[in-house]
Design a protein around this ligand. Structure first.
Ligand code: FAD
Length: 399
């Protein structure tokens, strides 16, 4: 794959950056929202502007509200948004997981109904996969759906549902046939979060924020046309979503990590310790240089994954390599940041002594979840071992 941008792509980037500088919301651009609902509204308004200007769903088909442009143009816009606009978090599931899954596995009606609303920011989505007894072993899930006339009646509980408190819709994996082996009796539903019987309860994290939730389904009616794929064949659709999650997330994460490293370098350069800028300390120079090298490795691996998508192929299990790499890299970066900050590294946003608005203290705590969300590192290693390297199977099959 040619990893240098063509002159056309460079011109496209310049044109988009020009548009962005005139249209980006002027509100504070720190990394995580204080008030999720307020920020969700800012996201929706800005997403609508992107949509109207032809910068949403660039490589998705025109008939569903996209631009039928190239994947490279999509990458350019995604990179620039991730670098310049932190609240892109609200579309991470809609655009990274739900849209691609529906485009590849949804019905014509589902694509026409949902894709344009994802692109215009009208709908924010969440992912209702994990349950109290089904995380790594996702197929163990118990939330049930029983078919009654034109509906499924859904009962059960999901947990760790990111964005559940602001989402309009949720992709939910349910058990529709308890009599067959656990991977076979699952189905994949699109659930309106405003349906009667849906209760969302936020969970506070180690960062102090409530970014994810418990969701309870109490006799929730879901129309049959909200089934993706065939009944009892939802495992295949769930795996499709997880493959997209592992590959597409990298595109947004890389610029964020680069931005984080740049901020750390600026801090180390501008802070005098032992009579010289911290950046002149040979130990920290080595550590920072190594982080930059790791980011370059991540970039090249990402290009390798993207070349699969450019050829029109579906993402495969090799996406797990990138997932392990970026999640561990972010943890290493945040640990280095805290070493460099010294005692200041413990001070969160709100403290008058906090450096860089407490960003690194927050990011250190948030990074702990990176090696769990989207499938733990141990599970990714199993996937690489079994499906990439062809090693013998682990005794229990999971996502
Ligand atoms: C920040 C964050 C956001 C999340 N967002 C969402 C979301 O939006 N939607 C959603 O559905 N879920 C979400 N999750 C849940 C996430 O997918 C699960 O936490 C994850 O899959 C692990 O499941 P578990 O927590 O049940 O841990 P368990 O599966 O109980 O695992 C516990 C430990 O055992 C290890 N382990 C388990 N099985 C094996 C094995 N076979 N071999 C080796 N080790 C093993 C695991 O690696 C882990 O260390 C989120 C989690 C986090 C932290």
């Amino acid at each position: 794959m040619n990893i240098t941008m063509s002159p056309d792509d460079q011109a496209y980037r310049a044109k988009f950056l020009n548009w962005l500088s005139e249209n980006i919301p002027s509100t504070t651009n720190d990394d995580t929202p204080e008030d999720w609902h307020e920020q969700a509204e800012i996201y929706r308004k800005f997403q609508r502007k992107l949509f109207d200007a032809g910068y949403a769903g660039i490589h998705w088909p025109k008939e569903y509200g996209g631009q039928s442009g190239t994947l490279m143009q999509h990458i350019i816009v995604t990179e620039e948004l991730s670098t310049n606009y932190s609240w892109k978090v609200f579309d991470s599931l809609s655009m990274g997981l739900v849209g691609p899954t529906l485009l590849s596995r949804g019905t014509e009606e589902q694509k026409k109904e949902f894709i344009p609303k994802i692109l215009s920011g009208e709908h924010i989505w969440c992912q209702g996969f994990s349950e109290p007894n089904a995380g790594s072993d996702l197929a163990n899930l118990r939330t049930s759906a029983v078919r009654v006339e034109g509906h499924y009646i859904v009962n059960g509980q999901k947990v760790w549902t990111s964005l559940g408190h602001v989402a309009d819709f949720c992709i939910v994996v349910v058990r529709t046939d308890p009599s067959v082996s656990k991977h076979k009796g699952l189905s994949y539903l699109l659930v309106d979060m405003k349906s009667q019987g849906v209760t969302v309860r936020p969970i506070k994290q180690i960062t102090g924020q409530a970014e994810y939730n418990e969701i309870f389904f109490d006799n929730v009616e879901v129309p049959i046309d909200r089934l993706v794929g065939k009944e009892n064949e939802g495992w295949l659709i769930a795996i499709t979503t997880l493959m997209f999650e592992r590959i597409m997330n990298e595109i947004t994460i890389l610029p964020k990590l680069q931005k984080s490293l740049d901020r750390l370098i600026a801090f180390a350069n501008n802070t005098i310790r032992n009579g010289r800028p911290i950046l002149k300390d040979p130990v920290y120079r080595q550590k920072i240089a190594l982080l930059q090298v790791d980011l370059e490795v991540m970039r090249l691996n990402q290009y390798r994954n993207l070349s699969t998508l450019l050829k029109g192929e579906m993402p495969g299990p090799e996406g797990s390599i990138g997932k392990i790499f970026w999640s561990e890299l972010n943890q290493r970066m945040q640990e280095t940041a805290l070493e460099i900050m010294g005692p200041y590294g413990q001070l969160m946003k709100g403290s008058k002594f906090a450096k860089d608005n407490g960003k690194f203290a927050f990011d250190f705590l948030r990074a702990r979840g990176n090696t769990i969300e989207g499938g733990t590192t141990e599970i990714q290693k199993n996937i690489i071992g079994e499906r990439v390297l062809g090693l013998p199977k682990d005794t229990v099959r999971r996502n």
